[in-house]
Structure formats: C-alpha cells, structure tokens
Design a protein around this ligand. Sequence first.
Ligand code: PLP
Length: 361
Amino acid sequence: MEKNLAARLFRPEVLALSAYKVADASGLIKLDAMENPYQWSDAINQQWLASLKNCALNRYPDPTARELNALIKKTNAIPAEYSVLLGNGSDEIIQMLLMALPPQANILAVEPSFVMYKQISLSLGLNYHSVPLQADFSLDLPALLAAIKIEQPALIFLAYPNNPTGNLFDITAIEAILQTSTGLVVIDEAYAPFAHASFMEHLAHYENLLVMRTLSKLGLAGLRLGFIVGNSTLIEQLDKVRLPYNINVLTQVSAIFALSHESLFLAQTQLICEQRALLVEQLKGLTEMTVYPSSANFILFRTPPERADEIFAGLKQQGILIKNLSPQAGLLSDCLRVTVGKPEENQLFFTALVKTLAANC
Ligand SMILES: *Cc1c(COP(=O)(O)O)cnc(C)c1O
C-alpha cells in the first residue's frame, strides 16, 4: 500500500484534525458526558416496547417525521409560524448549518465552548474564529463585537448555558450580538431542561436567530435527536442539505413515546437540579477548589494548580469517570467537569474526591 495514500487523497484540514474521542467507561460510574442517569421503570419500558411493535423496519421512515415534528413544536411551546428541522443529534444540525454556508465563510464562537463547532467547521474547510471568554467565563462583548465587524461571520454559535463552563451568558450581551451580526446567530440550548432560560421568545425579534435543542441531555442520548427552530425561509434552505430519512423509524417512534410521557422527564430533571445545588455546596466546602455556577446538569471546578490530572486519575482509580478539561489549557487549565448523576453516584464521587485530595497533599 502506498505510504502516503491518505495524505495524498484527503484535504490538509482533515488530515490535521483528531477524531472526537470518547473515554471508555466500562466498569466505571459514568459522570463524564452529561447523560441523564435514570433509566425507565419496567412498566414504562413495557409500554415503550409495545409502541415499537408495529414499526415497519422494512420501510423507509417518514422522511419529514411529521408527527414527531408537530409534537416537538407542542412540547417546546414553539409558535406555529416557526419551522423545526430535525437532526440525528444536534451535532448533525451543526453540520447541516455549516454545509449550507459559502465555502469561504467565517464562523465565530467563544473559547472555551462546545468542541463540535470548531471540529465540523474545520472538517468542512470553513474559517473558524474564536473569541476568548473572560476569566469568569462571561462574554467579552467588546471583543466579540469587534470580531463581528472584522470577520463578518456568516454564523455565530453561542451555547446557552455554555458547555463546558455551565453558565448562562448575559442576555443583553447576546442581544447586542444579534443586533450587530448580519449573519446567523445560533443559540444552542442543549441544556434547556436545567436552565429555566431560553431565547425561544426572542425569535420574534431577530430574523437571523436560530434556537437549537436536543433530547440528549434531557434523557434520550441514545436516540440521537436534536432540532433547530427558526424562520421558515431559513429552515427551508437547511432542509435541502439534510440527508433523506436522517431520523430513523425507531427514533421517531421512541421520541414520540417519550415526549408523550413528558412528566417522567420533568421529575428527573428537577431531581438533577436539586442534586446539582447540593453538589455545588459540597464542592464549595472544599476550600482548595474553585466552583463555577451552573445552569446545566454538570459542574465545572478548578483544582489547585497542576493537580487536575492527578485528581482525575485518582477518581478513576476509585471507579469514577468525570471529564478532565485541563489538557485543553487556556482558561480550562486545572479544570474538571462532573456530570450530576444519581444521589448515590454524586456522593461516591464526592467521597472519592475528598479522599484523593487528602492522599496527595
Ligand atoms: C451535548 C451538546 C450538544 C450535542 O448534542 P447531541 O444532540 O447529542 O448531538 C450540542 N451542543 C452542546 C452545547 C452540547 O453540550
């Protein structure tokens, strides 16, 4: 085989990327990926399985997922005049948005934020720019407005709340961005179920605004279903780059079932929010840690200098997997992120953390 076959055939920006890596969690308490820790009861599982019984796996799914689309509009209180585009996770929607832009388009986001904005932009050969957040992870509005003027981004991504920092950005700052930008502004509300804040109502005021959500963090990460809401003239164009049948029949039927039992998730997300408050208080009790406020289902905290790797490894040794963000450096140096799990998982995490801290002082 030719030694440099791949290097000769693929674009340099693809060759320069690293694949999105997911840590192996086998045998570990999994608090690394913002999943809802709760599985359904046997009774609910039985009803779900019954709903799948008549799925025609031999047929292609409904290409526009009409019933699911309508239910999403209803359960998310989306006004009738806006359109909803569904994706195989919101990751696929990020890809669709970027694929629809001109080849030399500038993309703007903040740093640190969700890694797929950059990853997909670069893989498509688009020009990705980022503006650093301030030390407290708030928006640097003057720097952002300057970047908008210089780069004229075709699209701006803002996660609200932000991942991996957990905070909600200032509403008036986002409004200034919406007013200044002549391109699209995508507000990524992946953590809406835990935030009690949304830009959905701002759709009426900004025609360049799109609001994106996902069912992943709500409790259906395995289904892969995300959606984006906006002006129908925009959604209509995005729909052209969507692959036919991107929402498979099992996802369509299962999501319809799940969203018809919304109260299940409300109880779970409320419990997760309560557990988040408890865990924040406990972490704040560890005076050597800096704990950042969170409106999501995870908590970002900063360890004493140069100790994040060792603390992360110590937790893993005790059977607990969280996310080590310290290798990303910059504002995330010495930072770890824990997803809020079940009460007993959170307490195992906290106990293990205290032990690790004490062992290595
Ligand atoms: C998890 C996450 C996503 C991706 O969600 P999927 O729907 O599972 O692809 C998008 N945006 C942010 C900010 C996230 O944290």
